[in-house]
Design a protein around this ligand. Structure first.
Ligand code: FES
Length: 105
């Protein structure tokens, strides 16, 4: 069966998205028609793809590298769960990953 991402939109509504292994989480969200930014195409150079990752999932992700940290420093509202969704490559271990869209400008 297909792996899933649980997305909470800006209105607080929950959506279950089919997730393709090897795709960036940003690409998966965008493919389903949600406005997740992604202006730089995943090059870690715009921070428009900023999302908030649910706390229980944070530890299952590889930590942000220096480039991602630097871009995260530019977002309007940074939280403990803040990540750039283009820097998270979807793997089967992330089945059920819960992320929330946030306002980025
Ligand atoms: Fe630009 Fe993620 S798409 S930093």
């Amino acid at each position: 069966t297909m792996s899933k991402i649980q997305l909470t939109d800006m209105n607080g509504q929950s959506h279950i998205l089919d997730a393709v292994e090897g795709w960036r989480v940003m690409e998966i969200i965008r493919e389903h028609g949600f406005d997740v930014g992604g202006l730089c195409g995943g090059a870690c150079a715009c921070a428009t793809c900023h999302v908030e990752v649910d706390g229980q999932w944070l530890e299952k992700l590889h930590p942000a590298n220096d480039d991602e940290e630097a871009m995260l420093d530019t977002v309007p509202v940074l939280t403990d769960g803040s990540r750039l969704s283009c820097q998270i490559i979807f793997t089967p271990e992330l089945d059920g990953l819960a992320v929330r869209l946030v306002a980025n400008g």
